[in-house]
Design a protein around this ligand. Structure first.
Ligand code: GLN
Length: 576
């Protein structure tokens, strides 16, 4: 992160390292920490609130980093079903994390380290490993204080590594749950250790029941008390609601929750999550936090760049209709778009860049298994097949890709979307009718998508957690390819999350039939991007990696930007 003011809060002078321990302690003490906890219920936007707090402080000239603590036993988010937990966001390091990490990276326009994410499972695991290695020197290791102490060590380390002035720590779940109590204990211990350097923000929810027609503060009062019973006291309450808070409600919360009235921030529903920082600033959140944390050298919050981006989101008039063909949309009666959140945000950034408003439609892959359903695709300007696992809806996705290829409709395939594009090409162009992937049919005769050798062993031993090809890898682009013209670079670095690959045995055949592998690993062995040249198709590109993880509001991803451009072109043609 480039930040002109970021150095001001560092220790005055780097003294020679004679007493290393002392130096570290001093440096740690100079960090500021903001714990963000949730009250009343989940899903009220704690992640966006944390990201917005970070952005506001960054916009005041501080160097900010953000940590998420998830109260699950899962060591990482990789083994959780997306319909249970939403998208799995992958960091450069390869750590599979919660989607909130994506929000932090996007709002802060930064790259976060694997140290910035922990779960109950990962904290216990490291404590147990240390105990086994005799690192506790024969001491009795206990849940309290050793688990919170380990969390604190991680928080301090992540802050050190990021060289941050301020670290935001979002504690997952809601206060009053049994699950996150050890992390609230960590917050309590840190506040006791650094009373002037720790702030606690409670993100609460104020319902407006239709039967009453009035905003109710009682659930928030209960949440604040529950937090107090853990020994933690909110400095600031972010009051989420469908409408803005009035003065009376602010007063009530102040009185019953023991915070200053001006520390109650109104956080009504807004048009887009990118309006949230500006909204918080209306109630002076930046200067209140600066005051609570005794921050010196803060400048006035300058959100101009971000606001210009958010404004584009609102003022863009053109429409572009993008279909996303997936399988993780349904949860009972509800549609879950959270599963593809990074893809959706990436589409938005590129659409806004082109002055367009995306209309994103979720299409269930299974619907395209039946004949006669494909014509519907012609009503879209562009289609994305995002990442996925297993066999549900696979034949539907392959039918979709064939239709897009043969009808010149822009297509962007992400990960599974590339593997299925290769299968489709093998089946319908190379005429290998039973071409498939080992993931669906391990006994298949023509495995155009297969596993790498090291993966075979892991699958045989059922070692699934954290063992895919994960994180950032380099690739080389083919000069003159469509992809190269979009990136305008020869060497790229992108984030991966997959177990299967294009089988090198089929590469030559596929290429001689017209499919171009325009991105490869530097040793040339792994196929990272497949495309049809621009002369043959307006946009038919798919990647083995996930470009969506690197798309940022202020830095849209070139592949999404190219895809939206092609979709807008199609729209113009369709409607003229
Ligand atoms: N299921 C495929 C694999 O494991 C694709 C994964 C993905 O789309 N993220 O290789």
């Amino acid at each position: 992160m480039n930040n002109s003011r970021g150095t001001k809060n560092k220790p005055e002078k780097k003294t020679p390292q004679k007493n290393k321990k002392k130096t570290t302690e001093k440096k740690v003490r100079n960090h500021k920490y903001i714990f963000v906890v949730g009250g009343v219920m989940s899903g009220v936007g704690k992640g966006v609130a944390s990201s917005s707090i970070g952005l506001i402080l960054k916009a005041r000239g501080f160097k900010v980093t953000a940590i998420k603590i998830d109260p699950y036993i899962n060591v990482d988010a990789g083994t959780m079903n997306p319909t249970e937990h939403g998208e799995v966001f992958v960091l450069d390091s390869g750590l599979e994390t919660d989607q909130d990490m994506g929000n932090y990276e996007r709002f802060l326009n930064t790259t976060l380290s694997g140290k910035n994410y922990m779960t109950t499972g990962s904290v216990y695991l490291s404590v147990i490993q240390k105990e086994r290695n005799l690192e506790y020197k024969g001491k009795n290791v206990e849940v309290v204080p050793d688990i919170p102490l380990e969390a604190i060590r991680n928080i301090e380390q992540a802050s050190e590594d990021a060289d941050a002035d301020i670290t935001i720590i979002e504690i997952g779940g809601t206060v009053g749950e049994y699950q996150n109590i050890l992390f609230l204990e960590a917050a309590r211990m840190m506040k006791t250790k650094y009373p002037d350097d720790v702030a606690v923000v409670l993100v609460s929810y104020l319902p407006v029941p239709s039967s009453v027609g009035e905003m109710k503060t009682k659930p928030t009062q209960h949440a604040a008390r529950t937090l107090n019973s853990a020994g933690v006291f909110a400095d600031i309450i972010l009051a989420r609601s469908s409408v803005p808070l009035d003065d009376k409600r602010k007063e009530k919360i102040a009185t019953f929750c023991n915070v200053k009235k001006e520390h109650v921030i109104s956080a009504p529903n807004v048009h887009s999550i990118y309006d949230v920082p500006t909204n918080f600033e209306r109630d002076n959140l930046g200067s209140i936090l600066s005051h609570v944390l005794h921050l010196k050298n803060g400048q006035k919050t300058d959100l101009s760049q971000f606001e210009a981006f958010a404004k584009r989101g609102k003022t863009s008039k053109k429409k572009v209709t993008i279909g996303v063909v997936g399988k993780y949309f349904n949860s009972g009666e509800f549609v879950l778009s959270d599963v593809y959140i990074s893809v959706i945000e990436a589409i938005k950034f590129s659409a806004y860049h082109h002055g367009a408003q995306p209309e994103i439609v979720y299409l269930s892959a299974r619907d395209f298994e039946k004949p006669g359903t494909l014509k519907k695709l012609a009503t879209y300007d562009g289609i994305i097949v995002p990442g996925g696992f297993g066999s549900t809806g696979i034949e539907g996705k392959i039918n979709v890709i064939k239709y897009l290829r043969t009808h010149n409709i822009p297509y962007l395939g992400l990960c599974y979307g590339m593997q299925l594009m290769v299968i489709e090409y093998a089946r319908n162009v190379l005429k290998i009718k039973d071409a498939t992937t080992r993931e669906i049919n391990p006994k298949g005769k023509h495995l155009v998508i297969d596993v790498m050798h090291d993966q075979k062993d892991k699958i045989a031993r059922a070692q699934y957690g954290g063992t895919m090809r994960l994180g950032s890898y380099p690739a080389k682009l083919k000069k003159g390819s469509h992809t190269h013209s979009l990136y305008k670079r020869h060497a790229i670095q992108e984030r991966h999350r997959h177990r299967y690959e294009v089988n090198p045995e089929y590469v030559e055949q596929l290429e001689s039939a017209g499919l171009v592998f325009s991105g490869r690993s530097p040793d040339g062995v792994l196929m990272e991007i497949a495309e049809l040249p621009k002369n043959d198709h307006p946009f038919f590109i798919a990647t083995q990696f996930h470009p969506e993880f690197l798309a940022r509001p202020l830095d849209p991803h070139p592949l999404f930007t190219g895809f939206v451009e092609a979709s807008l072109k199609r729209k113009r043609k369709r409607t003229s």
